[in-house]
Write a new protein. Structure first.
Length: 135
């Protein structure tokens, strides 16, 4: 969703190789210039299902945004939040179907990365998905 959002994409730009936008699962695989985004799965809680294995789960995600200035950091945090909360997803994403809208549940300052001279923010989101959805 973040990679397909034009505002987020224009703010983070492309990686050093020019092959993909600077949005990564967990961490950047090589040293990249700022700004960039990493996404972490923080929880996967099954819905209660009587006598059967659940196929729907409440997922938690953290979106870590990094930028060289606090103003650029806030602009990227707002763009990422808007992209996720405004997402209308009608087909499966990464093999799962969203059952609820993606909801921002927290936003906080992260660590200052001295090596990069970069600020960070951590955005927390939740959504319920159906993992039994065929893709």
């Amino acid at each position: 969703i973040l990679e397909n959002d034009s505002t987020v994409g224009s703010l983070v730009g492309f990686n050093a190789l020019g092959t993909k936008k600077k949005i990564y699962p967990m961490y950047a695989t090589q040293k990249e210039s700022m700004p960039l985004i990493t996404v972490w799965e923080t929880s996967r809680i099954p819905d209660q299902c009587k006598g059967q294995r659940s196929t729907s789960f409440r997922y938690g995600y953290e979106v870590h945004v990094f930028a060289l200035s606090y103003d650029a950091l806030n602009a990227l945090a707002i763009a990422a939040t808007d992209a996720l909360e405004d997402a209308v997803v009608t087909s499966p994403v990464n093999g799962v179907q969203l059952l609820t809208k993606i909801v921002n549940v927290n936003r906080r300052d992260g660590a200052y990365l001295e090596d990069y001279k970069a600020y960070s923010k951590i955005l927390s989101f939740e959504a319920t998905v159906n993992e039994g959805q065929s893709t």
